[in-house]
Design a binder for this molecule. Structure first.
Ligand code: HEM
Length: 516
């Protein structure tokens, strides 16, 4: 027998076994699992070989995005989540669909949302970050789990709540003044506010959390923005069992090489910032390296108590997380709020009246900010219509009982904020209208005491770490704008909300300002 024949003899059974394993993972298992879901009363679109429903989703999204949006409509769900809207009609509020061979359970029943959201660390865990998401957040607070998460969360709560948060107000005011000075220098009446708010929130996060200016953190912001673009581009990529792993060992796509480079650059800049802080320590007194977020992280690196000590990798990951999570959300909230107030000038006037009553032409202060009731209503309604973050993702490792459903082990779960916030059965027939007075008696009354129907910051133990920071910052910026300007929407504005990890305006928001 020649060497070629021997090779064929040996490789044939290996190939056949490989093919069988592949078919088991991509055909037999998903079909069996689908039967299991159906038998438990959980229906959904049928599994399609290899890609699951990913291609249908892509098609539906492309078709929805190609349709022009009717005049400034806030009915954005069928455009941004056409697959969820279509399948909810067909299969009800809770159903299963497939990303490749992986099942995704969609949960929209408010009572079930509450169960999932409130049992984050015990049963409904965060998914392990992979690929581009891992490069973006590392193992920081957004993605980590278990003890590691609990340790970091304690530290973060201290940095972004109570007196620490209050002490950030002067920096927020100073950053707003820098932005408003830019607007004054600009001289023109029309300003694209999304870009402005992006710069502004970057400045605020730099000052409040990292004790530096935007320009010092610019390399980190720019690197993260590029990484975010790559992550958005590859968001619907399907991992094909066996194949993806083998391919990635043989060939690395251009985007992955680029992402690795960016990850390293960001790390280098952050390490340099940390080193600079460490050099500030005098006579071994760690308090001298500052009491802001970066200062707390640096101090935690040298904790005597080993259980509280963190590594330099932890510091890098948390810095990335806060640069990104703090910046890429507040700018969007501010932008949508400005859009809504420039259309609904009656509410703009109401908000201005309130600001003038509390502050006149004086700079807003922490105590006054807490008293702005109309502004709180406007922010709640903006977050309802345009929640910057759009879904909660969880996973169950073991079989669990969720309401009347027995959910099989290893199921991913999605809760769509848009589905909850835009449900006419919850909010009424005027669900797509901007009506801040829904919240005039507070959040509990507006939601009929079912608070899981309005969760722009998530809920439970994993609620957003910036859920107090973001409204305070938004109130300060809006107050100072309202004190100085009246504004309307420019005819140049094209209404085109898109998903890019957050819900954002595709072409920015052009606003015409009139100095008061
Ligand atoms: C309008 C502004 C914001 C919105 C709408 C928002 C939304 C959210 C949501 C929905 C989650 C929960 C995700 C989940 O459960 O899977 C979250 C988590 C998080 N957010 Fe925010 N966020 C905002 C601002 C901020 C700011 C300003 C910061 C930092 C200063 C921040 C830092 C974080 C962190 C660290 C987490 C992870 C918390 C954990 O898992 O323990 N966010 N955010």
């Amino acid at each position: 027998m020649g060497p070629l024949a021997i090779l064929v003899c040996f490789s044939c059974p290996i190939l056949v076994l490989g093919l069988l394993a592949f078919l088991n993972k991509t055909l037999r298992k998903p079909i069996l699992r689908q039967r299991e879901f159906n038998a438990r009363g959980i229906r959904g679109p049928p599994y399609k070989f290899l890609f699951g429903n990913a291609r249908e989703i892509q098609k539906m999204k492309t078709a929805a995005a190609a349709k022009p949006m009717s005049n400034l409509s806030h009915e954005i769900r069928t455009r941004l989540e056409p697959h969820l809207a279509t399948w909810t009609e067909a299969y009800g509020k809770n159903f299963v669909f497939w990303m490749g061979p992986e099942p995704i359970l969609v949960v929209t029943e408010p009572e079930l949302v509450k169960v999932v959201g409130n049992n984050a660390e015990k049963v409904y865990q965060k998914l392990e970050a992979e690929g581009y998401i891992k490069k973006l957040f590392g193992d920081g607070l957004v993605t980590s789990r278990g003890e590691k998460w609990a340790k970091m969360r304690k530290l973060v709560n201290h940095a972004f709540q109570g007196d620490s948060l209050k002490s950030m107000v002067p920096a927020m005011v100073a950053s707003t003044e820098v932005m408003l000075q830019r607007w004054e220098d600009h001289g023109g009446e029309e300003i694209e506010v999304f870009e402005e708010f992006s710069l502004f929130t970057a400045e605020v996060i730099s000052r409040t959390a990292f004790g530096s200016s935007y320009f010092q953190g610019k390399l980190v912001f720019d690197g993260l923005a590029k990484l975010l673009q790559l992550a958005t581009k590859h968001a619907l990529n399907i991992q094909i069992p066996g194949l993806s792993l083998t391919c990635s060992k043989v060939y690395k796509p251009k985007d992955e090489i680029e992402a690795e480079k960016l990850e390293q650059q960001i790390r280098d800049v952050i390490i340099a910032m940390v080193t600079k802080r460490e050099e500030m320590v005098t006579n071994g007194d760690l308090d001298s390296c500052g009491s802001d977020f970066l200062g707390l992280l640096v101090k935690a690196r040298y904790e005597d108590d080993e259980s509280k000590r963190i590594s330099v990798d932890n510091v890098v990951d948390e810095c990335k997380t806060f640069y990104l999570a703090g910046h890429e959300t507040c700018d969007i909230l501010l932008t949508w709020a400005m859009l809504l107030l420039s259309i609904h000038t009656d509410w703009q006037e109401e908000a201005r009246k309130e600001v003038m009553t509390h502050f006149g032409n004086k700079t807003p202060d922490a105590d006054g900010i807490m008293k702005l009731k109309t502004m709180t209503m406007i922010i709640n309604e903006t977050l309802r219509l345009y929640p910057p973050a759009f879904e909660m993702m969880r996973k169950v490792d073991k079989e669990v009982q969720l309401g009347k459903f027995r959910v099989p082990a290893n199921t991913n779960i999605i809760i769509s904020y848009l589905s909850l916030h835009h449900d006419p059965k919850i909010w009424g027939e005027d669900v797509h209208h901007f009506k801040p007075d829904r919240f005039s008696q507070g959040l509990a009354k507006a939601t009929n005491n079912v608070q899981s129907v309005h969760i722009p910051f998530g809920m439970g133990a994993r609620i957003c770490a910036g859920y107090n920071f973001a409204p305070i910052l938004t109130k300060i910026a809006l107050s100072m704008i309202l004190q100085r300007y009246a504004f309307t929407l420019s005819p140049a504005y094209v209404h085109s909300p898109i998903y890019a990890f957050t819900i954002r305006p595709q072409f920015g928001v052009q606003v015409i300002f009139q100095a008061l």
